[in-house]
Each structure stands twice: as C-alpha cells, then as structure tokens.
Design a protein around this ligand. Structure first.
Ligand code: ADP
Ligand code: MG
Length: 354
C-alpha cells in the first residue's frame, strides 16, 4: 500500500463544514463572521506518551482527545483538525482500528479531518485542532482582550477554584500497569479507562464562557496546570487536601471506601503517609484531561448550571489569593507540604510513558 492509497483508504472522511478537505495542497475553511480561530497542537510519541503496543483504537481516540481538551480549556467549539503521522509500516491491521477510534471521537464533536502529512518513521502522531470562539470581548475580562476565549490569565483574588470530574485515576492506572501498586480488577478497569479513553470536557468549556475568569485543562497534573493559571494571572491559591482526596474515583469507589484504599494501596508504597499516594495522583498525576477553572463567588449558581447543562460534575477545591504560590491545607487548616511536583518532560524525574 502506497502513501496515497493509505490516505485514501483510512483518512478521507466527509468534511461538510470545510470548503475543501483532504486532497489538495491546502484545505480551505470559511470562518463564520464575528468568530475567531482557536488553534492548538499536541504530539504523542511512542515510548514517551504511550506504550508501543497500545491498543490502536484507544490511541486514535486519545490523540484527538488530548487536542480537543485544549479547545475545551479555551471554551472553543471544535471545527477541524489535521493529522501528521509517522508510521514504521503501512499496516492495515493497525491503521483500521486507529482510524476508527479517531473518527468516532471526531464525529462525536463535529470535528473534521481536513488534511495532514504521512511519512515513514518511528510511530509519532501529531494533531493540530482548530476551533472557534466569538471575537467579542467579555465584559468581565481584565485586562480587556477582543475574545470570548477562556484564558489562563484573568483570575482574580477571591475567585473560587474548581475542577471538573475526577482527578488522578489515569496516573494511578499507570502506576498499576507498571507494577508499582496493586488494584482490584474492577477498580483498575475503570482507572484504565481514564488513562486510555479520556473524555475532553468540550461541553463544559463552552458552557463556562462568560462565567469562568480563567481556565486550563489538566494534562500534566493539577499542581502544574493550576500553576499555569496562578502564573498567568499573577496570583496564588489555597486548596484543601481533604477535598482533593475525594477527587480520586478509584479511592472513592474502593471496596470499603477511602480509608481502605489508603491502608491497602497507599500504605504499601509509604506506610508513614498512607494517603500520600492518592494525593500525589490527584496533584501530580497528569493525563486526566479535566478542566481547572476559576470564577467569582457570585457565579456559584451559574457554575453549577453550566455543570448540569454540560453533564459534567464540578467540585470547588479552593480560593485564589493575592500572595503567589499554591498552598495546600488539610481539614484542620494546617499547611501540607506538596508530595511532589507535576510532570515535566525535561526534568530529571520526567520518565513516564503515559
Ligand atoms: P504535500 O505533498 O503537499 O505535503 P501530501 O502529498 O503530503 O501533500 O498529501 C496529500 C493530501 O493528503 C493533502 O491534502 C494532505 O493534507 C493529505 N494528507 C496527508 N496525510 C494525511 C493524513 N495522515 N491524514 C489526513 N490527510 C492527510
Ligand atoms: Mg503541497
């Protein structure tokens, strides 16, 4: 199978929104009046972001999901994407399920594959997504910018801090798959879903336009991604660790409850700090693809309505403060030392395939 047969067979899908899709030197998109393009790229490298033998259908899903998650964080509606693929070989038994996983998620979000590039090389998948947001400035945006996109900047001291869904299960699944912790079969199966089939929170991002003051997606762990909001907004935050522990679905759903999770799974890693594992997964796990966002306390009802409208639960975890830095406090209000930093590909400890 040649390069062009491969593209024709697996990567030409209907593109009703695009003026021109795959097949020419460029694809053509007509932007709607008053709308801006939101553009983001994410690359997934074999051995770095996923194991080489990962199920190709799940991989097709995940490599688009991580890109849609960036659009979600900006409150942008997905429109189209391009796919740059380096493949060791043209293997239909791999390409077919990969394309299926990719297409199913693309269809679910009305996001059209409009072009790409295909070369031979070590497996590497790079997607660029395009979305749209209204160009008008938000009344509440400080400083003013001509866009309705949710940004990392814009949070104010006193804002509530929220996260969507659950956090840390993808990281926990990775720990289990790498043999560092042992989980009951059912608990592992659910955590693994989070690692392999993340759900980008596109509907929530759209619903939070005009409500959230700042937003980011949680791809590298809460500490790091909330850290981006703190840095870009020039603020700090206080977050309560009791609330964070409730965010790990595997711990909440553990037979016997959270205390049993800590005793059976957490204590096996560190008997001195049985809840350390759960806290580390939530704070530094990564690969969750939830949203972390801020909103003025007067917006609490609006935030809950956005959560309901988008079918995505949200939890209030803390408060933005003027003093820079992230402060963790326990249920009694005592300061807790962060169990570790978040993931960084170039730090000494950056060694996961995830
Ligand atoms: P060029 O030589 O101009 O870079 P190519 O010959 O690489 O173009 O690609 C031919 C057409 O196929 C282009 O429209 C390109 O966008 C599209 N294409 C190539 N690879 C992919 C892919 N993996 N998925 C979708 N479209 C692709
Ligand atoms: Mg060309």
């Amino acid at each position: 199978m040649g390069e062009f047969d491969l593209i024709r067979r697996f990567f030409i899908w209907p593109t009703p929104q695009a003026v021109l899709g795959v097949g020419d030197d460029c694809a053509l998109l007509q932007s709607a009046p008053g709308m801006q393009l939101a553009i983001s790229t994410d690359m997934l490298v074999s051995g770095r972001h996923f194991f080489a033998d990962t199920d190709p259908q799940g991989l097709g899903h995940k490599c688009l999901a991580v890109n849609l998650s960036d659009l979600a964080a900006c409150g942008a509606r997905p429109v189209a994407f391009t796919l740059a693929l380096a493949l060791p070989e043209a293997n239909p038994a791999w390409l077919e399920p990969f394309a299926q996983g990719l297409l199913a998620l693309a269809d679910a979000h009305g996001c059209e594959l409009i072009g790409g590039d295909t070369t031979r090389g070590p497996l590497n998948i790079c997607i660029t997504v395009l979305g749209e947001v209204p160009a008008q400035s938000l009344a509440a945006r400080k400083p003013p910018l001509p866009t309705s996109a949710l940004l990392r900047s814009g949070a104010q001291a006193g804002d509530d801090v929220y996260v969507s869904g659950t956090l840390g299960d993808a990281a926990l699944a990775l720990q289990a798959l790498q043999g560092r912790v042992t989980l009951p079969t059912e608990v592992l199966a659910q955590a693994r879903q989070r690692l392999e089939r993340p759900s980008p929170r596109v509907a929530l991002g759209l619903a939070l336009r005009n409500i959230a003051s700042a937003c980011a997606d949680v791809s590298d762990g809460l500490t790091g991604d909330l850290g981006h909001i703190l840095e870009r907004s020039g603020l700090g935050a206080q977050v309560d660790t009791e609330g964070l522990l409730q965010l790990l679905a595997a711990r909440q759903g553990f037979p016997g409850g959270g205390a049993q999770f800590d005793q059976q799974v957490g204590a096996a890693l560190d008997p001195q700090q049985p809840e350390g594992l759960a806290l580390r997964c939530v704070l530094a796990g990564g690969d969750d693809y939830e949203l972390v966002f801020c909103a003025d306390p007067t917006q609490r009802a609006a935030v809950q309505a956005a959560a309901t409208r988008s079918g995505t639960p949200v939890t209030r975890i803390g408060t933005m403060q003027a003093a820079p830095g992230l402060r963790l406090v326990d249920g009694l209000g005592c300061t807790v030392a962060p169990p570790c930093a978040s993931f960084d590909h170039f730090s000494a400890s950056g060694s996961r395939p995830a």
